[in-house]
Each structure stands twice: as structure tokens, then as C-alpha cells.
Ligand binder design. Sequence first.
Ligand code: CTP
Length: 426
Amino acid sequence: MPELKKIILDPEDSGVPCVLPRAEHCISRNQIDEHALKVLYRLNRQGHMAYLVGGSVRDLLLGRTPKDFDVGTDATPNQVKTLFRNCFLVGRRFRLAHIRFRGNLLVEVATFRRNPDESELPENDDEHFHFVQNVFGDPREDAFRRDFTINALFYNIDDFSVIDHVGGLKDLEERTLRMIGDPLVRFEEDPVRMLRALEFSARLDFTIDDEIISAIDQRSHLLSSASSARLREEIMELFRHRVAGQVCEMAQLYGLLDQLFADIPFLPQTFELLKLIDQRTAEGKPIRESLALAGLVLPAFFERCPVERSQHINDALAVADKLLRPHCLTYSIAQGIRCEARDLLIGCFRLARGRGLKGESRFLRHPFTPQIFEFFALWCQIDHSLNDKFANWLGALASDAGEHTGERKSPRRRRRRPRRKAAMSS
Ligand code: CTP
């Protein structure tokens, strides 16, 4: 991390934020997406506060490339809408302004929010969560409602300073992940934060503060009560950020794994396979949910479905279904994704059985088969006993492809059925 010259210790005590002027931090406007800059400048010119918020400030201070640039402002969503013709208000939980630009580009603008007082909360439980998420506040309140100190830093377009209300600069420098407020309370409010703690620690290579670890230990049981849609999204974030293997290992250590994957038996090879999938994503290959799912399940699948040449594919299908269905039900994963994951498992089963069985040439020509080969190649790095069989299959795939691209056989002529004679009666 580029060195920060001035660190004010514990700004929480004074109620005054630590402000780093432009000369004392490394963020340059050249590093900020031009569309986000446009949005920041226009809000600012119209007299509103306009900050870069969240992960982008953290990443820029760490010398990393941010995934996206979110904007925080004191303008309400409706005020934002009047300022930008290309603005769309979205979100049920959060009322957000999306400013869309050509090329499918998007800048998300959120009005500063705060956690409401007990007395302000609606009595109706159904409205409770929605209400809590949507009470407008000032920048300091907005910082304090965020999860970790390093995620609550602001970059102010008005004077190019970095503003820290929560001690995030010090934690960035010490490479420590610290919760804003009492982790026990914050995990009770939102148990997904436990998983996010592991994710950020793995992504940034940060040490997790002891208070967080002790709170996870005490509150791990709450994770399974979190919204399954949000958990599913966070699980996919682990894969997108190439930390699925590492985070699952940590989750096992901290007692979160069973909460997260109650229906999937994890074996030591599962962590290895997930790490290989992460490596593949790091090489720039896209990660689909079906591949993530198949990766989570493959070691248990092979354990339950020993590969013998005589074993019928229907037995393998039954095992795959039994492993995939409960998890997909818990997380409302669509049938199409489940079937694609199942096809990856069954494809691996075929490859592990070896060549020379019925349906081989149809299998080799199927458009999905290259994806199965790629997945199986990862598994072969773990189970070396399959390497010879796999080499044999690769030869078959290459020669089959050659047959189709090289000297093409003359197309088979369809034999016409002899025309039926007209019915005698007509
Ligand atoms: N946030 C939070 N609590 C959550 C989710 C998000 O406080 N449960 C806040 C954090 O300030 C976070 C910001 O919203 O930085 C954006 O969240 P997200 O996009 O999930 O993470 P980023 O920090 O932006 O990281 P990245 O986009 O690189 O994944």
C-alpha cells in the first residue's frame, strides 16, 4: 500500500473525521472511471455532497483496481433523477439511482443513510427491514452503518480529500479487517457479514481482528437463518473473486461451513478442487454457477458413486441428483443450472469409466463435452490415477474433431422412403 503520511488515531473518540488532503494520499482522478467522475462533478456543481464510497476508495488506497465506482450523496434519489436524464431509480430494499451510460456502463448513486432509532421503527415486522435500509442520514451516519472500517472510507470530489470517520485508514495500513461497532451486534443484525469477513480477509490478505473471530465463534449458528438469496449471491462472489477454496477452508475452521452448505459433504479434495477452479478464474475464464456447483459436489459424487465399467449411468444420475437437489432447493437455484451441473458430474463419470462404452461418439460430438473435459482436467490434477484414461480421451476428442474439420466425409445420402400409394378407396 502506498504510504499514508498522516494517520489520526481513533477518530471515533472525537466525533471528527480524519481528513487526508490530496497531497497526503495516493488517489488520483486518472484512476477513477470517467463516468463516475462525470456523476460526481455534476452532483457537486449542483451544490450536493458527492463522494466515492465503499470498495473503490479502499481498493484505490491499496493500489488495486476497483471493480466498480459507487457514489454517495446527500441528494435524494428523486433529486438525482432530475439531474440526470439517463437515471433510473431501482431497488425494493434500497432506493438507488442508476445512471446508465453507453456500452452498458452504470454508476450507482446512493443517498447517505443511517440506522434509525428504536423509536422510529415501524411496528409491522414486514416493513421493518425495508424501513431500516431507507432512512436518509449524513455522511458520518452513512459510514457507521457500513460493515468493516476499510469499507467506510470516502473520497470527496469537492477537494479531492479522503475522509475517514471510523478508523479505516489505520486498519488499511495495519492490514486488519475490523468491524464498525460491536461484531456480536452487527452479526445479529446481518449474519451475512460473517461470510463477508472471511471473503475480504482472503481477497485482500488481511488479518481478521480477534473480536470478529470470537463473535463468529459465538454467532456462527445464525448464518443459516440469513436470506438464502443473499447467501447465494455471496457464495458466487467468492468464486468471482477467486477465493472460494480459501474461504471454504476458513469457514470450516470457524464453524460456518455446515451453515452454508448443510447439504453438501465436504471432503479434503473439495477444497483442492475449489482452489483449482479459483485458479482457472484467475486466468480470466468466466465462472458459471453450474461449474461452481459441480465443483462443490464432485468429490462427494465420486466417493458415493465408485466408478466401474459395469456401473450404469442411471446409478450415477441418481447419486448426482441426490447431492444437488437439496442444495438447489435451499438456495432456489434454477433447474437449468442444476441440470448443467449434473451434466458436468455425469460427464466426469463417463470419462472416469474409460473409453469403449456405448454412446461414446455421440458424447464426443456433443457441444457441451469440451466443458466436461476442462472440468475433468482439474479433477485429474487431484486424482492422478485417472491421467492415463484422460490422455486416451483427449486423443479420441482430437481425432474426432479432426474428422469433422479436416477431410470431411461426403455427406450421407438420406434414403427416401418409397412413396406410399394413394389409398385405393380415394
Ligand atoms: N456494505 C455493507 N454491508 C454489506 C454489504 C455492503 O456495509 N452487507 C457496504 C460496504 O461499505 C461496501 C459497499 O457497501 O464497501 C459495497 O458493497 P459490495 O459491492 O458488496 O463490496 P465492495 O466493498 O464494493 O467490494 P467489491 O465491489 O470489490 O466486491
